[in-house]
Write a protein that binds this ligand. Structure first.
Ligand code: IPE
Ligand code: IPE
Ligand code: MG
Length: 242
């Protein structure tokens, strides 16, 4: 328990294949995925993980069939309403990263409502990446920097890593120490490219609806076996940890 990540980012993948394997509709996979999210949040809380960032809907997911998009947007509103009390009980605030303007009003309203109700929570945050992609976020950051330089608020030479971080959606949130992707693919799919620069990556074949407490614990134990060197040598790291 003494080396639990503060922030875990998750790519919740495999809902569709989970449903297909049982001869069910993809939307039922997403429905089961919402329950898996609840289970995972409880488990993360038990471990003392303070920040969880979940890839819920990517910019690229807007290219899915409209029927599936509608089901996902409905589920987002439903899940957020259902989880609000739970978040309050655990003192966890909801945050959303992504292009909220593209969301249907009902999903947006449920999210805004939960964000407002949990804004005072201090223990940690559940961050939902919705209508999010890293390239969208980084492009927006570049626009903000350009505006700030043009307006004379900062000079070009003042553009440093902090100036970049502050203009990303994740301003104020520590970078994830661990990124988990379920569903068997070993790719990042346009997720948190800046923020995961030094994250440990954990890939599992388990489909997201089957990812429970035991699976999260496995991922954390695997993380704890890694030596995070940040460019240094193993001997240096071991001397620092003595
Ligand atoms: C992840 O599951 C959820 C979203 C992308 C919204 P998928 O829907 O991508 O499931 P697979 O990858 O088709 O199995
Ligand atoms: C990534 O999953 C996005 C989410 C989990 C929300 P996808 O299933 O959309 O990723 P790709 O397209 O297979 O890389
Ligand atoms: Mg997928």
């Amino acid at each position: 328990m003494n080396r639990v990540p503060r922030h875990v980012a998750i790519i919740m993948d495999g809902n569709g294949r989970w449903a297909k394997a049982q001869g069910r509709d993809r939307s039922e996979g997403h429905r089961a995925g919402v329950d898996a999210l609840h289970t995972m949040l409880e488990a993360a809380n038990k471990l003392g993980i303070r920040y969880v960032t979940c890839y819920t809907f990517s910019t690229e997911n807007w290219n899915r069939p409209q029927k599936e998009i509608d089901a996902l947007m409905y589920l987002i509103g439903f899940a957020v309403q259902r989880e609000t009390q739970n978040l309050l009980d655990h003192d966890i605030s909801l945050k959303v990263i992504g292009d909220m303007d593209r969301l249907p009003a009902s999903a947006r309203q449920a999210l805004d409502d939960c964000i407002a109700k949990t804004a005072h929570c201090k223990y940690g945050s559940l961050i939902l990446a919705i209508s999010y992609s890293s390239r969208w976020e980084i492009t927006r950051m570049a626009q903000r920097l350009a505006h700030d330089v043009a307006a004379g608020r900062i000079t070009p030479d003042q553009v440093d890593e902090q100036a970049v971080s502050q203009r990303l959606c994740t301003d104020g949130i520590p970078d994830p120490e661990l990124l988990i992707r379920t569903g068997g693919e070993q790719r990042i799919s346009n997720y948190l490219l800046w923020q995961i620069a030094y994250s440990e990556l954990y890939f599992t074949d388990i489909y997201w609806p089957d990812f429970g407490e035991a699976e999260l614990f496995d991922a954390i134990v695997d993380y704890q076996s890694r030596e995070r060197r940040f460019g240094k040598t193993s001997a240096q790291v071991q001397a620092e940890n003595k």
